[in-house]
Structures are given as structure tokens and as C-alpha cells.
Design a protein around this ligand. Structure first.
Ligand code: PDD
Length: 287
């Protein structure tokens, strides 16, 4: 059965959705995206995702395609029309359509599309058993705080990591971990302190990371925001990652090094459970 997607102002069957060859998203990766998780027919941390969409667009001077409230209505309608109980909603805004030129006129109208992807998020083998992450030099540009669709560094790193039997790749710069190719990176120190890199231009400010800070505080756990090295990760008591589409996922191996006893650790488990509980209660179900 075909999905209903949203393309420039209209809900259409996926095979009928069309974007111009001259769209600057296609020609220059000149655009921004967001991914919101849906669990039990509820959108997770969506206010954070919409706020980050607005921020990312502002950083590259693309206007919001419409009011935030209208965007949320469109997301809600996508969940309804596709009967999405569990999966993600993808949104993308590009600068719009114009004849190919690096420079652009101020008056271009942004293109705006949205679609859903049904997939398991909560009960996956990764979330249950943990994953292994590869390590690679960070190949990306210097403004990783902007969630652009310019993702070739991530695409190639993840492909390479998958081919070598890893689930995700962790990027390293100046001897320190920046983040995963599509996730935020954490370690738990020997003292039980959760460490994740501070927000800056070097990393995407994760929405799940933000939500997890409140969860950790509630659990009496401390999150220290600072850079950490790969050696610290190898020696950590626990390691995990977060993202909208993978929630809190344990990491049981970094490169060839087993973490702890090679099983998901107790602090990661506590955070998983507390975050899921919050996710299931924080918003009214759409379906
Ligand atoms: N990726 N860092 C990077 C580079 C990411 O691409 C993502 C998310 C995150 C985690 O952010 P959040 O918790 O807001 O999802 C960190 C999404 C899921 C994606 O590209 O599909």
C-alpha cells in the first residue's frame, strides 16, 4: 500500500509526489531536515525537533516554510493518514527551485516535504542487546550543529562501518570523539558519571540528548558535558548512543574493544527505561 506524503502544500500518494530537478536541495544539498520518532502513535520530543528545524533554517537563511503550528498539524495528519503507530516522521525544507547558480535570490520560496516511515524503534535487537561502533576520522564540514541534508560523510562512514560488521561509526577529531554518524555519543566513567560532548559547532545538538538530561537528573544521575577521548571510551564502564530513531542504544564494543563485560550496563538500562516511560506519557496519542 502506498504512503500518503506531503509535498509543497498537498497530501499526495507517494508515487505522485514530485520535486523539480532544479530544486537546490537536489543540486547543492541546500536544505535542512528533521526526524521525529513516533511510538504508540505519539510524537516524541517534537517541540525540540521543530525548534531545531527553525534554528537550522535560520543559520542558513532559509525562511520557515510556514508557522510551527501548521507544521505540527501536517505531521499529525501524516501520522493519521498513514496509521503510523511506530516509526519516524521525516521533514525536509530546501531553499527552493531556481536555475543552477551558487548565488541565490532572496525571494525563492522554500520547498517543504514530509513523509512517514513505519519501523520498529522500541523492541529492536540493537536496543535489547547493544551494538558495536566503528571509529573513523570525522570527514565533515565545520558547522555540524546545522542539520543539513549534506550527509555524504555520514553515508560513506556508515556504509563502510556496516560492511565491517558495525552498526554505527563514531567520528574522531583531534583525538576526541565528536559524535556518531547519526547519533550522539556517551560514555559512563568508572565513577558512574555520564559524559557527553558539550554542544558547539562540532556536533548536532541532539534532541534525545536534551530530553535525556532531564531524565538523568530525575534519576539522580549526573551528565558531565565535555570532550572525551577514544581511550576513555575503551576504558569506560558503559557506552551508549542516542538518536530519535534509536532512543537509548547500548554500545557493547568500540572498534575491537569490548566495553565492560560486553553486555549493556545498568545505567544504560535505567536511562532506557526512564526515557521510554517519559516518551509514553509526555504527549497525547494521535491515533
Ligand atoms: N540523526 N548527531 C547526528 C550527526 C545525527 O544525525 C543525529 C540524528 C543525532 C541525534 O539527534 P536526535 O537525538 O535529535 O535525533 C546526533 C537522525 C536520527 C537521522 O539523521 O536520521
Amino acid at each position: 500500500m502506498s504512503r500518503t506524503i506531503f509535498v509543497n502544500g498537498a497530501f499526495v500518494a507517494e508515487e505522485d509526489g514530485k520535486i523539480s530537478v532544479f530544486d537546490r536541495g537536489f543540486l547543492f544539498a541546500d536544505g535542512i531536515y528533521e526526524v521525529t520518532a513516533v511510538i504508540d502513535g505519539r510524537m516524541l520530543d517534537n517541540d525540540l525537533h521543530i525548534a531545531r528545524l527553525e534554528r537550522s533554517l535560520g543559520e542558513i537563511s532559509i525562511p520557515m516554510p510556514m508557522a510551527k503550528e501548521r507544521i505540527v498539524e501536517i505531521q499529525t495528519e501524516l501520522v493519521r493518514r498513514n496509521n503510523l503507530r511506530e516509526g519516524v516522521i521525516y521533514l525536509q525544507v530546501t531553499r527552493g527551485v531556481a536555475d543552477r547558480d551558487f548565488g541565490y535570490a532572496e525571494a525563492i520560496e522554500p520547498s517543504f516535504i514530509g513523509f512517514t516511515q513505519a519501523k520498529k524503534i522500541v523492541d529492536t535487537a540493537s536496543v535489547r542487546d547493544g551494538v558495536a561502533v566503528d571509529v573513523a576520522d570525522d570527514p565533515r564540514w565545520a558547522r555540524r550543529d546545522i542539520k543539513t541534508v549534506m550527509l555524504l560523510g555520514q553515508v560513506l562512514a556508515k556504509k563502510h562501518a556496516k560492511a565491517r560488521g558495525f552498526h554505527e561509526a563514531w567520528f574522531v577529531e583531534d583525538g576526541h570523539v565528536t559524535e556518531g554518524a547519526s547519533s550522539t555519543a556517551y560514555i559512563v566513567s568508572k565513577e558512574g558519571v555520564i559524559v557527553t560532548r558539550q554542544n558547539s559547532h562540532a556536533v548536532l545538538p541532539g534532541c534525545t540528548r536534551r530530553a535525556l538530561q532531564a531524565v538523568a537528573e530525575e534519576q539522580g544521575l549526573t551528565i558531565e558535558e565535555r570532550r572525551f577521548t577514544l581511550d576513555e571510551a575503551y576504558d569506560a564502564r558503559e557506552v551508549f548512543l542516542t538518536s530519535a530513531s534509536s532512543l537509548v542504544t547500548p554500545i557493547i564494543r568500540v572498534a575491537q574493544r569490548s566495553i565492560g563485560d560486553g553486555k549493556p550496563g545498568p545505567i544504560t538500562r535505567r536511562l532506557q527505561a526512564a526515557y521510554l516511560e517519559l516518551a509514553r506519557t509526555q504527549t497525547a496519542p494521535i491515533l
